[in-house]
Ligand binder design. Structure first.
Ligand SMILES: Nc1nc2c(ncn2[C@@H]2O[C@H](COP(=O)(O)OP(=O)(O)OP(=O)(O)O)[C@@H](O)[C@H]2O)c(=O)[nH]1
Ligand SMILES: *[C@@H]1O[C@H](CO)[C@@H](O)[C@H](O)[C@H]1NC(C)=O
Ligand SMILES: *[C@@H]1O[C@H](CO)[C@@H](O)[C@H](O)[C@H]1NC(C)=O
Ligand SMILES: [Mg+2]
Length: 234
């Protein structure tokens, strides 16, 4: 957890430099809130926190992001804790994306601090499609982040990623994860298979969700119908 705190601080610093914004966390956060009101963020640098239960396939995703080949064995010890790359969007627009791995055992400590999600533009929850406890744990993490957002005002857009889509999924997997995303008013879960190099445009979709935070922030019922209305009129 000490290392996680260090990484968060470092990311925060890098973020301030890369945006030419040497101001405090407060200003960055205020700008994020403004982005949400405008429903569109024009920032060039986004930070993604990646949450996942153990063995979910998170490292395989981060390795793909870094342009590295898929391995049949990843070691948690050799895990990349944060990664950065330039993402080219349709139309040639380039955005810088940071991925920060949040180890499962660090989540409760992370969420114990009110401002911990202030530097987070998008939270991604990865679970293993073949592993029911992976799904259950990932849902808990999503709920924890969502209620942390409601309690503190640091609400973040969330995406669910179903990893290892090449494996047989457990019963009710698709139905239940679709229902959870609908209930929370977020995008449908995105299946990927690192093994088959089938990434379903995941990196661009992460950037896209960060650019349109309003559409992916988990909400209560009133917020959901408002959101549906905006989807319809856009
Ligand atoms: N079949 C299949 N296996 C995968 C896929 N992605 C990862 N794996 C395997 O699943 C295991 C765990 O993958 P990792 O990427 O290390 O998962 P992780 O979430 O980083 O795991 P920890 O760091 O231990 O929490 C490894 O043996 C991978 O080779 C996939 O798309 N399909
Ligand atoms: C299933 O997921 C849990 C995490 O919730 C993990 O501890 C366990 O190792 C996983 N099992 C397999 C076979 O990957
Ligand atoms: C899926 O949903 C059903 C009905 O709500 C529930 O009984 C079951 O426990 C869920 N399974 C998982 C893996 O979430
Ligand atoms: Mg890993």
């Amino acid at each position: 957890m000490k290392t996680l705190n260090k990484h968060l601080k470092l990311l925060f610093l890098l973020f301030s430099f890369s945006t030419g914004d040497s101001s405090s966390a407060i200003r960055i956060t205020r700008r994020r809130r403004l982005d949400r009101k405008k429903q569109q963020s024009e920032r060039n640098v986004f930070q993604c926190f990646v949450f996942s239960p153990a063995n979910a396939g998170e490292s395989a995703l981060i390795n793909f992001f870094l342009g590295r080949p898929y391995l049949d064995s990843y070691s948690p010890i050799a895990d990349v804790q944060y990664a950065v790359n330039v993402v080219e969007l349709p139309g040639g627009i380039k955005k810088t994306l940071f991925l920060l791995e949040i180890p499962e055992d660090g989540v409760s400590k992370l969420l114990a601090t009110k401002e911990s999600l202030a530097p987070c533009d998008i939270a991604v929850f990865v679970y293993d499609s073949s592993n029911e406890s992976s799904w259950k744990r990932a849902t808990e993490l999503l709920m924890d982040v969502a209620s942390h957002g409601e309690d503190t005002g640091y609400e973040v857009p969330c995406l669910i990623v179903i990893a290892k889509d090449d494996l047989d999924s457990f019963p009710m997997a698709i139905q239940n994860s679709t229902r959870v995303s609908q209930d929370m008013g977020i995008e449908a879960p995105i299946p990927i298979s690192s093994k088959l190099s089938d990434f379903n445009n995941i990196i661009r979709r992460i950037v896209n969700a960060a650019e349109h935070p309003y559409l992916s922030i988990p909400e209560n019922e009133a917020g959901r119908s408002r959101k549906q209305y905006h989807r319809l009129i856009n």
